[in-house]
Design a protein around this ligand. Structure first.
Ligand code: SF4
Ligand code: SF4
Length: 352
């Protein structure tokens, strides 16, 4: 038995539908947000800057120094509790809609890949055939574009740590250059090769989501009661369920899974399969939502029960979130704005 499993490449087909459109607009908004924030200045300071060498964090015109560790701790705690609360209610919606890895892969790299490779089925056929001159020409064109995109992506990431204007002026120092170079290699490897495997094997958030979610959390699920027994073509009869085994839901899945096999760790709740199946249902004149956003509690029967929005667990998260967030707000409102620090200025050092 081989020690290393063979990489199984995923070729998600193009897809359209209301969730896809909404994700696309939201994805573009997030890209714009990540790119623009390091360039925005509020009260003469960057809107956001994580200045590690300078040991300060700048957020919305406020500077946090090591003296404000309590504020940073409360901020991180608030963010963590917010994430727990969000996951408990919305499941893995973050992964499919807002995670930078998904946003960049789906809305930055994948469209460029489509330009060079064409639709997914053509790419799959080409990859499984001979690696001739055409194959190499297409790959070299695509990989060269990926190198440029990754350089820009690395620049966007670094600008959160050194500032947009500073990055443009090349003021990142030798250590910044080294970190940027390492990130560039990692980002490029992810875009060209690792891709959805990051969610499957490396992301810690994906690992502990199972603990945060319960039967009332939002998931994408297939209505087996309605869809089974599935049958296609001439094998269909009055007993057949609504699933016509077209496999469209599997073809479009960026994680390469079959949602009809039940809730799976690899599902990022992107709703690609929901759009795909709804399109099929419209074409065959059946009701939509054979696959849909639902909950584990509803999923087995999908009887359309209304799900409780606030369970005891979400109530506890909300309570802790409010307490910590209130502590943070009160602490910041009463914070002493004056801090005096005496330090020797060395040659070439300047205050950004
Ligand atoms: S897209 Fe819908 S009908 Fe087609 S295989 Fe998937 S669940 Fe069945
Ligand atoms: S199963 Fe559906 S919702 Fe889950 S990752 Fe695949 S396409 Fe997205």
């Amino acid at each position: 038995m081989p020690l290393v499993a063979q990489r199984s490449w995923v070729y998600p087909a193009d897809n359209s539908g209301r969730f896809r459109t909404a994700r696309q607009y939201f994805g573009w908004f997030l890209v714009l947000f990540f790119v623009s924030v390091p360039w925005i200045r509020i009260a003469g300071l960057p809107a956001a800057l994580i200045d590690i060498p300078g040991r300060r964090l700048v957020l919305v015109g406020t500077i946090f120094t090591p003296h404000d560790t309590w504020a940073l701790a409360l901020l991180l705690l608030t963010a963590a509790l917010g994430l727990f609360l969000f996951t408990s209610v919305m499941g893995r919606v973050w992964c499919g809609w807002a995670c930078p890895q998904t946003v960049w892969l789906e809305f930055v790299y994948r469209p460029v890949e489509r330009l060079f490779e064409g639709p997914a089925h053509r790419k799959r056929r080409r990859d499984r055939g001979d690696h001739d001159a055409t194959w190499w020409a297409i790959k070299i064109g695509k990989w060269s574009s990926f190198v440029v995109l990754t350089a820009l992506t690395t620049g966007v990431f670094m600008s959160w740590f050194v500032g947009g204007p500073q990055l443009l002026r090349g003021e990142i120092g030798a250590s910044g250059l080294f970190v940027g170079g390492m990130l560039f290699i990692l980002f490029l490897l992810d875009a060209v090769w690792f891709r959805e495997q990051l969610c499957h094997f490396a992301c810690p958030y994906a690992r502990f989501q199972g603990v945060l979610m319960d039967a009332n959390s939002l998931i994408v699920a297939y209505d087996a009661h309605r869809g089974e027994p599935r049958a296609k073509g001439k094998s269909r009869d009055e007993e057949s369920g609504d699933c016509i085994e077209c496999n469209r839901c599997v073809d479009v899945c960026p994680s390469g899974i079959d949602i009809r096999e039940g809730d799976q760790l690899q599902c990022i709740a992107c709703a690609g399969c929901v759009d795909a199946c709804n399109d099929v249902m419209v074409r065959i004149g059946k009701p939509q939502n054979l696959i849909r956003y639902t909950t584990k509690r509803d999923a087995p029967a999908q009887q359309g029960e209304s799900r409780p929005v606030f369970t005891r667990r979400t109530g506890v998260y909300v309570a802790f979130f409010c307490i910590v967030a209130a502590g943070l707000v009160i602490g910041l409102a009463t914070r002493n704005e004056v801090a005096v620090q005496i330090a020797r200025i060395t040659d070439g050092q300047q205050y950004r």
